[in-house]
Design a protein around this ligand. Structure first.
Ligand SMILES: [Zn+2]
Ligand SMILES: [Zn+2]
Length: 251
């Protein structure tokens, strides 16, 4: 009898400790979420570079909402013959055209102020960001495998239909070709630029594993800000550069 009593006394104190810990945890996380909900009143200047025909971009509390038709403002074979932006690309192993795809529209919400806490999150299949053209950015994976399997279907600007939305896997030459142009914004709210950085006019040499670093850009008015670059390393047999392979740094 004595030993049973001891055991229950121990469990009771363990339970008490757990309650005490979880109380602490919840008060910590509510403090954090106050910071997260910081109200932002002005859109980042980089959003002015987005295709206004395709995108509607607005602030909602601490988030920036990007609604896009997903229809890019540049030429590709994927428009299909007869479209004014159709481009003949006989070497591309075609997947369905943009116009035969049911729906290219995507809406994403991103943090107006990315959480740069040092935690990283892997990218997933599907849209990982929206490009300035209005179309989606994907990572270096295709279906269950790597991009090599799909390389033949990529158009001149590193994009195709998967099926689903038209999306870029590689450096989108239609709007960034070995330069410092804005490519788009990723789901963690961090902007992605071309292979060069406007801070130096050259390829950055201080990038982290995600292709990110902190310098001024052409949209920050001299302020330093964390952003990603397309990493200047040719990807496999594609003859081009992966747009973004992750991980995210801003979640
Ligand atoms: Zn794809
Ligand atoms: Zn840079």
């Amino acid at each position: 009898m004595k030993s049973i009593f001891k055991i229950s006394a121990v469990s009771a104190s363990v339970i008490f400790l757990m309650i005490a810990c979880s109380t602490d945890d919840s008060s910590t996380s509510s403090t954090t979420s106050v910071d997260d909900d910081e109200i932002v009143t002005e859109l980042h200047a980089a959003y002015s570079a987005f295709n206004s025909e395709a995108t509607t971009i607005y602030i909602d509390g601490s988030q920036v909402v990007i609604e896009t038709t997903g229809l890019p403002n540049h030429e590709t074979v994927y428009w299909g013959e007869g479209h004014e932006l159709y481009r003949e690309e006989p070497d591309v192993a075609l997947t369905p055209s943009i116009m035969s795809s049911n729906n290219n529209a995507v809406t994403i919400s991103v943090d107006a102020t990315p959480n740069l806490t040092g935690n990283t999150v892997a990218t997933q299949l599907n849209t990982i960001g929206i490009a300035v053209s209005g179309a989606s950015i994907f990572n270096d994976q295709e279906g269950a495998g790597d991009l090599d399997q799909a390389a033949a279907s990529l158009d001149w600007t590193g994009a195709h239909i998967g099926p689903g939305v038209y999306h870029y896997h590689l450096e989108p030459k239609a709007f960034t070709d070995d330069d410092d142009n804005l490519v788009g914004v990723l789901l963690d709210g961090v902007f992605l630029y071309g292979r060069k950085c406007s801070a130096t006019g050259d390829y950055p040499t201080d990038l982290d594993a995600s292709g990110g670093h902190t310098t001024s850009t052409q949209y920050t008015d001299g302020e330093e800000e964390y952003h990603y670059h397309i990493i200047n390393e040719l990807y496999s047999n594609t003859g081009s550069y992966v747009a973004f392979a992750g991980p995210y740094q801003g979640y």
